[in-house]
Design a protein around this ligand. Structure first.
Ligand SMILES: Cc1cc2nc3c(=O)[nH]c(=O)nc-3n(C[C@H](O)[C@H](O)[C@H](O)COP(=O)(O)OP(=O)(O)OC[C@H]3O[C@@H](n4cnc5c(N)ncnc54)[C@H](O)[C@@H]3O)c2cc1C
Length: 412
């Protein structure tokens, strides 16, 4: 079977890998260097335990408060475009306990087996930077901490192993933490990978397995004279037995070429890389109230944050980046926001109104599939998304795990 994958981000590449390993002929079409944007500029957290979708009970007030500040962690560029209004209304409606619980459970289930999949990638000869050591969520505010601890039962029931630490216990684990930290939650089994190294490792391995890479934007979709699906662009026409749309935040645009409406919009975030790293150790740190995360890599510390709902552009905002640079100051004993760093980068998370990914067959076209909408967890969920979608394409049917992610819930 021949499959064309549209989009050379982490999700498209992971899907291509799963397909080619199962014997498919695969062509990846990408409109820029593989992994550009979100798939390289993310925080590198591989965290199946952080399965919570963005739309959550109580999030609306927090978002509105944040929007009043030029450096707030969530910002919205309002628009009267019907697609934007429909998306925001959908998100608002998903901010209830029942939808949250359903999305959480589906995402946590898809994340099971992620570490094993990454180990299998490494064992298959892919070279990338990966570390164990877990992640620590540190709190300055007692109420926020108590609320987070109260929500951990869901995590335990799903088989994760959260450990609740007092401020002093957290400082024993991570001596850099300041006395302002009142408590923390530690997930010991989570990992981190340098995202650009994973993309590079995947591309090299895919080439060695015979996957073809085509440069160019897919601007047309349809069916060839033989009735099979095809994509087209400046590169010409490519026909296949199946097409996978894995175009990240742009997946809605590509789906429209095949007659489907997918409500996927960008959620913008930024990263700053401090070189040399200012934050050594084996544990990733989430600055809970600041909604930022810190990732120690070899020789680099990456600080990442912000969620911006706006258009499909990747400009860096100086005021938001300033806030990211400052964020660790209250959580750490010593932190120099102006220490040497690389130019900040941006990425667009593919967001959906209910916070869940969209993985499966597009209804009008039984041989056109989508793998997108992974929001804040695309790196984490890519390996298992690829495996499950490859099974769906090559075996037919719908794997049980993918049912909650069906595009049909949006009528697509
Ligand atoms: C700041 C930030 C921090 C994050 N941190 C984490 C984290 O720690 N852990 C985690 O799991 N996730 C994290 N994420 C989320 C994760 O990065 C994304 O979910 C993931 O990168 C999405 O991958 P993707 O392949 O779906 O999309 P993308 O990476 O956007 O790739 C899609 C590709 O398709 C291409 N494309 C678009 N249209 C077309 C077209 N018409 N023709 C051809 N190609 C096209 C795009 O150019 C792009 O290269 C973070 C994201 C951000 C922004």
């Amino acid at each position: 079977m021949k499959v064309v994958v549209v989009g050379a981000g982490i999700v498209g590449l992971a899907t291509a890998y799963a397909l080619v390993k199962r014997g498919a002929e695969v062509v990846v079409v990408g409109d820029r260097a593989p992994g550009s944007g979100a798939s390289s500029n993310n925080a590198g957290w591989v965290v199946p335990s952080l399965a919570g979708p963005v739309p959550a009970p109580g999030i609306v007030w927090k978002t509105m408060r944040s929007m009043l500040r030029p450096d707030g962690p969530v910002f919205v560029r309002p628009s009267l475009a019907p697609s934007f209004l429909r998306f925001m209304w959908g998100m608002l409606r998903a901010c209830n306990a029942e939808t949250y619980a359903r999305s959480w459970a589906a995402t946590a289930a898809l994340g099971q087996g992620t570490m094993e999949a990454l180990d299998a990638w490494a064992a298959d000869g892919m070279a990338f930077e990966m570390h164990t050591g877990g992640d620590l969520e540190a709190f300055l505010d007692r109420e926020e901490f108590d609320a987070a601890v109260a929500g951990l039962d869901r995590s335990r029931q799903a088989g994760f192993d959260p450990r609740v630490l007092t401020g002093d216990e957290a400082r024993a684990l991570m001596p850099q933490l300041s006395d302002a930290v009142v408590g923390a939650v530690y997930f010991p089994h989570e990992r981190r990978v340098r995202p650009a190294s994973v993309v590079a490792g995947l591309v090299t391995r895919l080439r060695s397995l015979g996957v073809a890479f085509v440069d160019g934007a897919v601007t047309g979709g349809g069916r060839g004279a033989d009735g099979r699906p095809q994509v087209s662009g400046a590169f010409g026409e490519i026909g296949a037995d199946a097409v996978v749309i894995a175009a990240g935040a742009w997946s809605g645009q590509v789906a429209r070429l095949f007659g489907s409406r997918l409500p996927i919009r960008p959620g913008k975030g930024f990263s700053v890389d401090y070189v040399p790293g200012q934050f050594a150790g084996d544990v990733m740190l989430m600055l809970a109230e600041a909604h930022c995360v810190m990732t120690p890599f070899d020789g680099t510390t990456r600080v990442t944050g912000m969620m911006g709902f706006g258009g499909l552009e990747e400009r860096v905002s100086p005021s938001r980046v300033r806030a990211i640079r400052q964020a660790p100051s209250r959580y750490l004993r010593t932190w120099d926001p102006e220490a040497p760093s690389l130019p900040p980068s941006a990425g667009l998370r593919p967001m959906t109104p209910d916070g869940n990914a969209v993985i499966g067959r597009l209804a009008p076209r039984q041989d056109v599939y989508v793998a997108s909408g992974h929001a804040m967890l695309g790196l984490t969920l890519a390996p298992r998304t690829g495996q499950e979608l490859a099974d769906m394409i090559l075996d037919g049917g719908t794997p049980e795990l993918l049912r909650p992610f069906s595009p049909a819930r949006f009528g697509a």
